[in-house]
Design a protein around this ligand. Structure first.
Ligand code: NZQ
Ligand code: ZN
Length: 401
């Protein structure tokens, strides 16, 4: 087990009805002017936004609104939000939605303190040194932004989707009301679960060893998701399934599932290869859902790299799927690892996720474009489990058609 630092300062307020408690928490924390941020309208249709507003009004908290944040949020919304936060002198960011809305609010939270353009942070020209506090109401368990230090924003003008990390943007309070997720379509439920499993796997295959306690947490979360996702899809209003998925999504990405697997104590565990490969897809075509892209790219990455450390993949096969090699021969190890990756991909497919890049309408000739933005994002080489250069990345993309 490697040395690590684990910092998860977020207060999680979880359960039925907590949506109506937002106002009292905001007021108790002393905030008076909240900037509500939301997406394309799901929170209006479901009545969630109205509930949050009512609770803010009851608690005497003023609020302002930024709407229309799209999935794979674009920097234009962030710029609009920064102007609004300044004009209204907001003292709290209050996104109501999923990862896209929360990430947009996070970028506004640090962007307001910067005189230049907010993209400077994503272009790594400036670092985050200050941010408005943020509380969020989660409506889709997936990205884990409700407990993470990450913020991912797209810039359509340059086909880029870049992330930044800072403990300053971890939410102060996150409201997790599983009943809000009853309205999620099956596709979004499935993409969310895929993203959670990817967050766990990126850490599990960090390339820097293992830890029994962390491996048990990680694989326990994955087994829970494998059990509960089909239930939530078959019965969208099954509270226990929705609740388990929601909490698993937070634990998948608040760094708990990576403790002791870090390369250096202060780093996040893992090389985040599947995410790097996926982000170029959803940057290239912003209609691609992040989790759906991962459903294709993660198994492709696994098939390409597992020989780097077969033992780690055998641990995964045994702890997640109960798969053991029949003997110690190379062939048996290959069969067991391949069976585990096949099972994982079949699980994603069974939830309705794609298995090939062609299902997004992508073509092999698009790979050159993915590699250009990958290089801009990650340089010539990246990865923890196995170093991936641009030629490796090309092979992984091509294997996914
Ligand atoms: O826009 P609306 O109308 O609200 O609809 C949303 C959106 O279309 C809909 N939705 C949300 N809650 C709903 C609902 N529909 C019905 N009922 C509800 N209760 O779901 C769609 C997807 O929402 P989005 O916020 O885009 O989903 P997700 O949470 O998966 O976020 C994806 C974004 O997060 C980034 C991804 O790259 C992507 O940009 N990530 C952020 C991370 C982080 N900050 O830590 C880590 C992740 O790895 C990821 O990269
Ligand atoms: Zn993700």
């Amino acid at each position: 087990m490697n040395n690590f630092e684990f910092y998860s300062p977020t207060k999680f307020v979880f359960g039925r009805g907590v949506t109506d408690e937002v106002g009292q928490h905001v007021a108790k924390a002393g905030y008076k002017r909240a900037l509500l941020v939301y997406g394309g309208g799901s929170v209006v249709r479901t009545g969630t936004l109205a509930r949050v507003k009512e609770s803010l009004s009851k608690a005497g908290v003023q609020f302002f609104e930024l709407s229309g944040v799209r999935p794979n949020p674009e920097v234009a919304s962030v710029r609009e939000g920064i102007a609004l936060a300044r004009e209204k002198e907001a003292d709290l960011m209050l996104p109501v939605g999923g990862g896209s809305v929360i990430d947009c609010a996070k970028a506004i939270a640090f962007g307001v303190f910067h005189e230049g353009d907010v993209w400077d942070f994503f272009a790594k020209k400036v670092a985050i040194e200050n941010a408005l506090p943020l509380m969020c109401v989660l409506t889709i368990p997936a990205a884990g932004s409700e407990g993470s230090s990450s913020c991912v924003i797209s810039n359509d003008a340059i086909d880029a989707k870049f992330g930044v990390n800072s403990d300053l943007i971890r939410p102060q309070t996150s409201f997790l009301d599983p009943e809000l997720t009853f309205t999620l379509p099956a596709y979004q439920t499935a993409a969310g679960v895929t993203d959670m499993i990817a967050h766990i796997c990126e850490r599990f295959f960090s390339g820097t060893g293992s830890s029994e306690v962390t491996d048990n947490i990680a694989t326990g979360l994955i087994r829970t998701l494998i059990n509960q996702a089909p239930v939530a899809i078959a019965e969208p209003e099954n509270y226990e399934a929705r609740a388990n998925i929601m909490w698993a999504g937070t634990l998948a990405h608040n760094d708990l599932a990576g403790c002791g697997l870090n390369a250096v104590p202060t780093s996040r565990a893992g090389g985040w290869e599947s995410h790097a490969l996926e982000h170029q897809l959803s940057a290239f075509d912003t209609s691609i859902t992040h989790g759906a892209g991962l459903a294709v790219m993660m198994p492709a990455w696994m098939r390409y790299v597992w020989r780097e450390n077969p033992t780690r993949f055998l641990t995964f096969a045994r702890m997640v799927f109960g798969i053991e090699p029949v003997d110690e021969t190379e062939e048996a190890v290959c069969d067991a690892v391949t069976a585990a990756i096949d099972e994982l991909q079949a699980f994603f497919a069974g939830l309705g996720m794609p298995t090939k890049l062609g299902e997004f309408g992508l073509k092999p000739e698009n790979v050159d474009a993915f590699l250009i933005t990958l290089k801009a994002n990650k340089g010539e080489e990246f990865g923890g489990f196995k170093k991936i250069n641009l030629e490796d990345a090309r092979k992984i993309y091509c294997s996914a058609f």
